[in-house]
Ligand binder design. Structure first.
Ligand SMILES: [Mg+2]
Length: 340
């Protein structure tokens, strides 16, 4: 198995693990988590998530995994990036996810972000793809699902200008603000860095900061929130939990803050799987998203069998995730054979 196939093979279970690790404390603060749970270091049942009402077994995962599955399936089906295939797989997932009708009559999908939900509903109503996105969308809905797409392009050595075009399309499908496009591009650059270079914290930070400056220049009216959010890492290449909390909003729902928290958690433990994922979880905020983002980063950096936590077996529908990951790995292999 080539390196990329191996990464693809682990990717969806890893994302689901990070998602499930954070789900029990999604929206809670670091302080609340510390007071209630001490330090979380394993999968817990979900009992008090505001979107998942009731008791859910340890290993339950949410939209971060659902939408990463949608992206992976679209790549397999279309044999590469195809915006319509991606949108269609979102619709399939929308149909499978639990839908809740609010008192005002609005239908929402359990755990899905507002921008993604609205965009998929518009797409189903026949709105053209490029007009579906919420104009004010700047959440982390792309960062949390883009790892399969990033890995595909990294493995196939796609020209970066083409990658950025694809990323702009998938981003604007749901998230309209220019800052969201910058964040998607920066995150691709960093996943590409992790896949192709030996991780060095200082180099990683410099690279992330310069990538943010570059894309902020190229994407009109995108502001400087991404570079500003990441800048603290230049002075803290191995941040403590307190460093991360002092220099971010401790929530991570706004995508520049998502990156700042996820990268901080990753760097705090040199991108080791479980320590980095649980660092993100214990920071609080959008813990299932930051947890799954960090999990994808560490997988793309390269997982050793000893890095895989024992309680991975608790992950809901693990066999299905492994099967999908396997066919994703096979698709990458076939596509690579064509370019070699
Ligand atoms: Mg979620």
């Amino acid at each position: 198995m080539s390196r990329f196939e191996r990464t693809a093979y682990h990717l969806l279970p890893a994302i689901a693990y990070g998602d499930a690790a954070g789900l029990p404390v999604e929206t809670r603060s670091a302080e609340y988590i510390a007071n209630t749970h001490g330090t979380i270091d394993r999968l817990l049942p979900t009992t008090e998530n505001p979107f998942y009402k009731g008791l859910y077994e340890a290993g339950t995962w949410s939209d971060d995994t659902e939408l990463s599955i949608a992206v992976a399936r679209s790549l397999i089906k279309a044999n590469g990036f195809d915006m319509r295939a991606i949108a269609d797989e979102h619709v399939t997932m929308y149909g499978q996810a639990l839908q809740i009708t609010k008192p005002n009559g609005q239908t929402v999908v359990r755990g899905w972000g507002r921008s993604t939900t609205t965009a998929v509903q518009r797409y189903m109503e026949g709105v053209p793809i490029e007009q579906c996105g919420a104009r004010d969308g700047a959440g982390n809905g792309i960062i949390m699902k883009m790892a399969p797409l990033a890995l595909w392009h990294i493995a196939l050595e796609t020209d970066h200008d083409e990658v950025y075009r694809d990323l702009d399309s998938i981003t604007t499908f749901t998230h309209g603000l220019p800052v969201a496009r910058v964040a998607s591009r920066v995150h691709f650059d960093m996943l590409s860095y992790l896949s192709t270079r030996r991780f060095d914290a200082r180099e990683f930070t410099d690279f992330a900061y310069w990538s943010a400056l570059d894309h902020q220049r190229d994407v009109e009216e995108s502001g400087t929130d991404v570079s500003q959010a990441l800048s603290y890492l230049i002075d803290c290449p191995q941040p403590t939990t307190q460093d991360i909390l002092d220099h971010t909003d401790g929530k991570g729902f706004y995508v520049p803050q998502t990156l700042a928290m996820a990268y901080g958690a990753f760097m705090a433990h040199n991108g080791q799987f479980a320590p980095s994922v649980y660092e993100a979880v214990n920071l609080g905020g959008d813990t299932d998203s930051t947890g799954s983002i960090v999990a994808a980063m560490t997988t793309i950096k390269g997982l050793e069998p000893r890095d895989i936590p024992r309680d991975l077996t608790k992950i809901m529908k693990l066999a299905e995730l492994q099967q999908l990951s396997q066919s994703f790995a096979r698709s990458i292999k076939t596509a690579r054979a064509k370019i070699d």
